[in-house]
Design a protein around this ligand. Structure first.
Ligand code: 13P
Length: 254
């Protein structure tokens, strides 16, 4: 099956169930003619329950626990997500890592749990500003990849998202050159563990202040297979405009 670029919205802690439902309806209606883009809505858990979407639209969750059930107050299992029709789960988002102090070990357990449940993890990696300024980007990303993917044999059902922490919600986008270089670095690091062909083809999304003003140039960067979008995924206009630019890019390429 041909893999299309992904435009994924991470709503973070925004929208009630009612708001989410009307937003999704409106957005789908604006994108009925989309053919070559996979579009993922990433609402909070509460809004997932009441959403029902069909290809090329999918539901993504923002987190999960690795155990199937038990005394884990406040957590959500992969079975519960599957039951809500979820296909993708964002794992290791920088806010989970740096605000909620999730460790690479937890992130790795979650990646396994999502795969075992038949869903696709979107594993997020990204360096902080101080890492980039001290020339440690490569080693940070390498360790997040190696630890996060420990025990995984194949990249076939994995999506990666490169989200430099300094570009998230700041309005500062990584430059085309930085995105190009870093996606190449990620693919080289993957080759240490995985086959060349999987390392070359695993989808790597870019995230960090993506908006309609920079989407076309960023999707044109070699090695960028779509976007993970925060702020611009919360209203239909920018989100659908970004999806259209990605679709247009695909049409021009083929
Ligand atoms: P922004 O698009 O708001 O920078 O957020 C990016 C992000 O964190 C997506 O997961």
């Amino acid at each position: 099956m041909e893999k299309y670029p992904i435009v994924a919205g991470n709503w973070k802690m925004h929208k009630t169930t009612t708001e989410g439902k009307s937003f999704v309806e409106e957005t789908i209606n604006m994108l009925l003619d989309i053919e070559k883009v996979t579009i993922i809505f990433g609402p909070p858990f509460t809004a997932l329950f009441d959403l029902d979407v069909k290809t090329p639209f999918f539901l993504g969750a923002q987190n999960c626990h690795w155990e199937s059930h038990g005394a884990f107050t406040g957590e959500i299992s992969t079975d519960m997500l599957v039951d809500c029709g979820v296909h993708y789960v964002i794992i290791g988002h920088s806010e989970r890592r740096h605000v909620f102090h999730e460790s690479d070990d937890w992130i790795n357990r979650k990646v396994h749990a999502v795969l075992n449940a038949g869903m696709t993890p979107i594993l997020c990696i990204g360096e902080k500003l101080e890492d980039r300024e001290s020339d440690n980007t490569q080693s940070v990303l390498s360790s997040q990849l190696i630890e996060g993917l420990k025990g995984i044999d194949s990249l076939e059902n994995i999506v990666l998202a490169y989200e430099p922490v300094w570009a998230i919600g700041t309005g500062i986008t990584a430059s085309v050159g930085q995105v190009n270089d870093t996606h190449n670095v990620i693919r080289q690091e993957l080759k240490v563990v995985f086959s060349d062909s999987e390392s070359e083809t695993v989808p790597i999304l870019y995230g960090g202040s993506v908006n309609p003003g920079n989407a076309t140039e960023l999707i044109s960067v070699d090695g960028v297979d779509g976007f993970l979008i925060g702020g611009a995924s919360l209203t239909s206009e920018p989100f659908t405009e970004i999806a259209r630019q990605v679709e247009q890019h695909m049409k021009e390429k083929s």
